[in-house]
Design a protein around this ligand. Sequence first.
Ligand code: ADP
Length: 159
Amino acid sequence: MKKIIYPGTFDPITNGHLDIAERAASLFDHVIITVANNPKKKSLFTVEERIDLVQASIKHLNNVSVSSTNVLIVNFAKENEAIALIRGLRSISDFEYEFQMALMNRSLAPEISTIFMMPDEKYMHLNSTVVKEIAALEGDISAYVPAIVEAKLKSKLNI
Ligand code: ADP
């Protein structure tokens, strides 16, 4: 059973995140999308809301589940008997941060690998912050997030 963790903030989940989750699901037996519960990081959605939105967005993927954690991600991976972490790489600017994180995680837990995947080109420019900004200005985000996320964003932003 090859299990992999897909960690992130997911504030909220986008089609770019889903693209990576789907790619990982086709290669591994089980993917756990892990919502970081970091009270110091300001998020629009609560951790429960972010989990619910992930849950509603992965119904079509039977080997993907969602969880949250406030412990070190490599420790969470070990507790869940996962073999690796998966991260999405969109650009060179992602690379520097991700490279450092991957090396630090490997130093903390050499048995947990980090795997990078690139999303479909149409999601390369996408991130949760941009989606929230477009939504706040009443732009069309339907191509970027699942319908349930679009609806929840609109109600959260009173649009
Ligand atoms: P962000 O705030 O950058 O959208 P998260 O902290 O939720 O992201 O990111 C979790 C992981 O998902 C990271 O590895 C990030 O690079 C990846 N990711 C985010 N958006 C995309 C996207 N559009 N395509 C591919 N990977 C993505």
